[in-house]
Design a protein around this ligand. Structure first.
Ligand code: NAP
Length: 483
C-alpha cells in the first residue's frame, strides 16, 4: 500500500513560543516529517517567535538539535534537514509588549496562507490575538492555533472566547486537542460511518458499556507546580477523554464536515448527566523506591489535586440511556495505554450448553502504544469434544494489516497542522463545545472543593485506587487489563 501525500498550499506559519518545549518536541519535528514526505511546499516558511534574542542561524541551529533529538534516525536525511532548515526564520517578539510586531508585520507574506500557532502559556493567548489584529498582521483568512488549556472553567473559557472573537472569526480559530489528530480516532469515525456492520448495533440495546482509558506510567515530574492547579479532571477529562467520548457517542453527522461533526459532538456534551460523588474515584500516587509521591512533586503538602480519576458517566438520550461510559485516566500507572473499548452485550439466549462458555463481543480501539483495532468474536473451539466456545481476536493492527506504509502514519500534530493550512476545522474544537464541556465539569470540581474531598493514595505501578475497581465491580463489570 502506498500512502498518498497531497501537498498543501504555500504558507507562512508563525510559531509563537517557537523555542519552547512543545515546539521543539512536537511542532518542528512534525513539520520536518511533513517536509520529508513532500507535503510542505518549497516556498512555505516557518517563523519562530519568542522573546529570546536570536537570528535565523541561531534558530536553525536550535531546530537542528531538536530534529536530532526527536526525529527517528531513519528519517533524518542530512540534505533534507538542511533544506528544511533553509525555510525557517526567527524574529524576537514580546506577546505582552509592542516590541517586534512591526518587524513581524513586514515578514509575514500577505499572498499565502497565514497561520499563527500560539505555543505559549495560556495567559498570553489573548495578548497574541489582540496584537495580531492591532498591528494588522492577520487578514480575514488567517488562522490561529490555540493550545490547551483553553480556560480552567466555563467563565474563563467564555472570557477567552470573547477576547479571541474580538480579533478573529470562529472559522479562523483552531483549538487544538491532539487526541483528535490520532489516526485511530479518525478511524473510529470510519469504522462507525463507513461500515454497515457496526452502526446498527451502536446503541444501548446492544452495547453493555463503554470504557475509555488513558493511562500513563510517568508522574508529573518537573511540571508539578503547573499540574497541581489543574489535575486529571481539567488536564485530561474535560478535553481529551471528553472528545473521545463524543466521537464514540455522537449521532452520524450528515457530512464529514467541520460544523456537522461539531454540532453532533456538542449534542452529546449537552446530554451528559451530572455525575454524583459516588460515581467518581480520585487518587494521588504515593512514592516508591525510585520516585517521589505526587505530594512531593506538587510541592504542596496540602494538595487535594488528583493525578488519577475514574468515573461513571451517563448520557441521557435515546441512543445511550442505560449504557454507562466509564472513563479513567491517571499518572504513574501500571502501563502506558490509551483505548476505547466497546463492550457488547451477551446474546439474549444461548442455544449451547451452559458449560460451552459464552463471551460477549468486544471492540477495542487502541490509541497507544500501537494504534489499531481489535474485535473479539466468539467461535467454536477447533477439534472434537462437542461445542466449546472461545473468543478470538480479529486483530487490525495497522502495521500488520496495511504493511509498513500503514504503520507510518503522521503524528497527531503533523496531521493537525496540515489541516490548519488546508483550512479544515473538523478535528478542532469549536468555542461552544469547549464551554459546554466546562459547564459539565465545573459543578463536579466545585463539589469536591465544597466538601473538601481528598484523593485516595495509590501505589505507583498499579491500576490506581482500589475504589476504581469497585466502581465497575458493583455494576457487575470489570476494567480491561492495563497492559
Ligand atoms: P515552554 O517550554 O515554557 O515555552 C514557552 C515559549 O513561550 C517559549 O518559546 C518562550 O520563549 C515563549 N514566551 C514566553 N513568554 C513570552 C512572551 N511574553 N512573548 C513571547 N513569547 C514568550 O512551554 P511549552 O511546554 O512549549 O508549552 C507551550 C503551550 O503548549 C502551553 O500553552 C502548554 O500548555 C501547551 N502544551 C504543551 C505541551 C508540551 O508537551 N510541552 C503539551 C500540550 C500543550 P521566551 O522565554 O524566549 O520568550
Amino acid at each position: 500500500m502506498v500512502s498518498r501525500v497531497i501537498p498543501v498550499e504555500s504558507f507562512d506559519l508563525v510559531i509563537f513560543g517557537g523555542t519552547g518545549d512543545l515546539a521543539r518536541r512536537k511542532i518542528l519535528p512534525g513539520l520536518y516529517r511533513r517536509f520529508l514526505a513532500g507535503q510542505m511546499p518549497e516556498d512555505a516558511r516557518v517563523i519562530g517567535a519568542a522573546r529570546s534574542d536570536m537570528d535565523d542561524d541561531g534558530y536553525r541551529a536550535m531546530v537542528r538539535e531538536a530534529i536530532e533529538e526527536f526525529v527517528s534516525e531513519q528519517k533524518r536525511k542530512p540534505d533534507v534537514v538542511e533544506a528544511f532548515l533553509g525555510q525557517l526564520h526567527y524574529t524576537a517578539i514580546d506577546a505582552k509588549g509592542e516590541g517586534g510586531w512591526d518587524k513581524l508585520a513586514k515578514l509575514v507574506r500577505k499572498d499565502v496562507v497565514q497561520a499563527f500557532y500560539f505555543s505559549v502559556g495560556p495567559s498570553l493567548f489573548g495578548d497574541l490575538a489582540t496584537r495580531l489584529h492591532k498591528h494588522k498582521i492577520a487578514n480575514p483568512e488567517s488562522r490561529i492555533v490555540v493550545e490547551k488549556p483553553f480556560g480552567r472553567d466555563q467563565d474563563s473559557a467564555k472570557a477567552l472566547n470573547a477576547v479571541l472573537a474580538a480579533s478573529f472569526d470562529e472559522h479562523q480559530i483552531y483549538r487544538i486537542d491532539h487526541y483528535l489528530g490520532k489516526e485511530t480516532v479518525q478511524n473510529l469515525m470510519a469504522v462507525r460511518f463507513a461500515n454497515m456492520l457496526f452502526e446498527p448495533l451502536w446503541n444501548a440495546q446492544y452495547i453493555d458499556h463503554v470504557q475509555i482509558t488513558v493511562a500513563e506510567t510517568v508522574g508529573v515530574g518537573g511540571r508539578g507546580g503547573y499540574y497541581d492547579k489543574s489535575g486529571a479532571m481539567r488536564d485530561m477529562i474535560q478535553n481529551h477523554l471528553m472528545q473521545l467520548l463524543c466521537l464514540t457517542a455522537m449521532e452520524p453527522p450528515s457530512q464529514f464536515e467541520p460544523d456537522a461533526v461539531r454540532d453532533e459532538k456538542l449534542k452529546v456534551i449537552r446530554a451528559l448527566d451530572p455525575v454524583a460523588a459516588e460515581n467518581i474515584v480520585r487518587g494521588q500516587y504515593a512514592a516508591d523506591e525510585d520516585q517521589a509521591s505526587y505530594i512531593e512533586h506538587s510541592e504542596n503538602p496540602e494538595s487535594k489535586t488528583e493525578s488519577f480519576i475514574a468515573m461513571k458517566v451517563d448520557i441521557s438520550n435515546w441512543r445511550w440511556k442505560g449504557t454507562p461510559f466509564y472513563l479513567r485516566t491517571g499518572k504513574r500507572l501500571k502501563a502506558r495505554m490509551s483505548e476505547i473499548v466497546i463492550q457488547f452485550k451477551e446474546v439474549p439466549h444461548s442455544i449451547f450448553e451452559e458449560d460451552a462458555g459464552s463471551k460477549a463481543n468486544v471492540l477495542a480501539i487502541r490509541l497507544q502504544p500501537d494504534e489499531g483495532m481489535d474485535l473479539r468474536v466468539t467461535i467454536k473451539e477447533p477439534g472434537p469434544g462437542g461445542m466449546r466456545l472461545v473468543d478470538v481476536p480479529l486483530d487490525m493492527t495497522f502495521a500488520e494489516a496495511l504493511g509498513p506504509e500503514g504503520a507510518d502514519v503522521p503524528d497527531a500534530y503533523e496531521r493537525l497542522i496540515m489541516d490548519v493550512i488546508r483550512g479544515n476545522q473538523t478535528l478542532f474544537m469549536r468555542g461552544d463545545e469547549v464551554e459546554a464541556a466546562w459547564a459539565w465539569t465545573d459543578p463536579i470540581i466545585e463539589g469536591w472543593q465544597k466538601r473538601g474531598d481528598k484523593p485516595a493514595q495509590y501505589e505507583p505501578g498499579t491500576t490506581g485506587p482500589e475504589d476504581a475497581l469497585m466502581l465497575l465491580h458493583r455494576d457487575g463489570r470489570r476494567w480491561r487489563e492495563l497492559k
